[in-house]
Ligand binder design. Sequence first.
Ligand SMILES: Nc1nc2c(ncn2[C@@H]2O[C@H](COP(=O)(O)OP(=O)(O)OP(=O)(O)O)[C@@H](O)[C@H]2O)c(=O)[nH]1
Ligand SMILES: [Mg+2]
Length: 291
Amino acid sequence: LIEHGGTQARAVGQIAFPKSGQAYTVGLTGAPGAGKSTLTAGVVATLRATGDEVAVLAVDPTSPFTGGAILGDRVRMQEHALDSGVFIRSMATRGHLGGLALATPEAIRLLDATGFPWVLVETVGVGQVEVEVAGAADTTVVVVNPGWGDAVQASKAGLLEVADVFVINKADRAGVDETRLDLEHMLDLASSSDTDWRPPIVASVASTGDGVGDVVAAVGDHRQWLEAGGRLEAKRAGRRRAELGAVLTERLTERVRALEGGVALAQAEEAVAARRVDPWAAADELLASLD
Ligand SMILES: Nc1nc2c(ncn2[C@@H]2O[C@H](COP(=O)(O)OP(=O)(O)OP(=O)(O)O)[C@@H](O)[C@H]2O)c(=O)[nH]1
Ligand SMILES: [Mg+2]
């Protein structure tokens, strides 16, 4: 329902909101094929070993009626398919007007409200919305691979800013040290103060499970840091504020969209085309007519 958006999604959201706020959310993002799903499966296994239940949202930005990625995720997370303590959903927006940016927080809240103590969100770190979605977690894990340039690509994609933990996955390949140096260097340039959190850099081989425990430990360290001094609550409050802004914009866009095909808009277009009115004045008039 949430993927489709509309009034039913709202009804679900209204029930979920007051029951939410307990789950810890972890975003995992990085370039296509970096090993996010494999790593996520490993993280799920580690968390399950403590007895905690885990929900995974694999956000698929590529297709509104998603195809390939779902199959891939199912295969990579197959070991958890029969575990009733694990919920895995590959999510596409289908019809939600606000797109992934608005649908994902609602989906996370629902999973939170149903009692999962952990919600993991995997997105491909290409595109502003996907990075934004992954960054809107309590802890964001950015996955890169060894080799010159991968860290630079991550930086260009805006992943540096959202990273709380860096993982150099596929550490069975050459170039781990170079990538670590690249990341350290970029963190040096970006660091603003000594009291800020400096993202740790962890190496892993997700396909064998090596280092996955270190990734979970680094997430735990960041969580502890956030929970000290009320940082976690402040971060979540900031997120809700940003969400309000996005919802407002979306609601206004919906109302403007409702003008399409109507007489008022056609007349305004005609007036602007004929130079009788300037575009700003025409827009103000149309907006006033919405009320
Ligand atoms: N050598 C090696 N291969 C790995 C490692 N981790 C994952 N892989 C392989 O890399 C490929 C991609 O892994 P995925 O987990 O699907 O990567 P992803 O980032 O989720 O990919 P997308 O969701 O398609 O962007 C698969 O064939 C994995 O088996 C690793 O640590 N070392
Ligand atoms: Mg994947």
